[in-house]
Write a protein that binds this ligand. Structure first.
Ligand code: IMP
Length: 201
């Protein structure tokens, strides 16, 4: 009997938090998932796009070109209404080029100091791009919430401890990973690609 060869997908990221989340969300599919950590020679992709869509597609295409494997890239931005959509595409370097998560969170807290609750609304927007042979997909997922005036919780990464989801009365950092993956921007974008994964798995 011929066994169907498992499809392979490379995650165009070296971010361990993203890798864990994406692998967990895609765990029901029969796909071999590798990451850029398995391909150390692939150069870092410069994220110089004007939008998260451009960055996601650029990462997916460059990693597919370098490895020949169908590639999945995630680009995410936190869009804060009071800050006219900032940090948005600059989310990872909000407090400077080599900013840590703590530095970005501190800058956000400073800018949101004394802003009343009803004006603390924000949205996490994630764009997932897939690039392969004759293949290009873009899918977006959003999650709405509020920016707290202090960090809460120990899980997750990035802006998670400041991002409060009113429906669950907790931040992304307080909730179990399984709940975040179900309701998050990243989880929703990946669920929209379910058909794609069902076809390749
Ligand atoms: P990237 O450009 O997609 O890697 O993400 C930009 C920045 O957004 C990251 O450095 C994190 O600070 C933040 N970020 C991305 N995804 C999440 C998330 O799921 N929760 C909290 N912060 C995130």
């Amino acid at each position: 009997m011929l066994l169907k060869e498992r499809s392979k997908l490379i995650l165009a990221t070296r971010n361990p938090h993203k890798v864990i989340e994406i692998k967990s969300i895609l765990s029901n599919f029969n796909i071999d998932i590798v990451t850029l950590n398995d391909y150390p020679d692939v150069p870092e992709v410069v994220e110089d796009g004007a939008t998260i869509e451009e960055n996601a597609l650029k990462k997916a295409k460059e990693v597919h070109r370098a490895t020949g494997i169908t590639s999945l890239a995630d680009d995410t931005g936190l869009e804060v209404d009071h800050l006219n959509g900032q940090p948005g595409v600059f989310s990872s370097r909000f407090a400077g080029d080599s900013a840590t998560y703590a530095m970005n969170n501190a800058k956000l807290l400073t800018l949101m100091n004394n802003v009343p609750w009803e004006r603390r609304t924000a949205c996490f927007r994630c764009v997932i791009a897939i690039a392969g042979e004759g293949l290009e997909y873009l899918m977006e997922g959003r999650c709405n919430g509020y920016i707290l005036n202090e960090t809460r919780g120990d899980h997750g990464f990035g802006y998670d401890p400041l991002f409060y989801v009113p429906e669950y009365a907790q931040t992304f950092s307080q909730m179990p990973a399984s709940l975040k993956n179900q309701i998050s921007h990243r989880g929703k974008a990946l669920q929209k690609l379910k058909c794609f994964f069902e076809n390749i798995a």
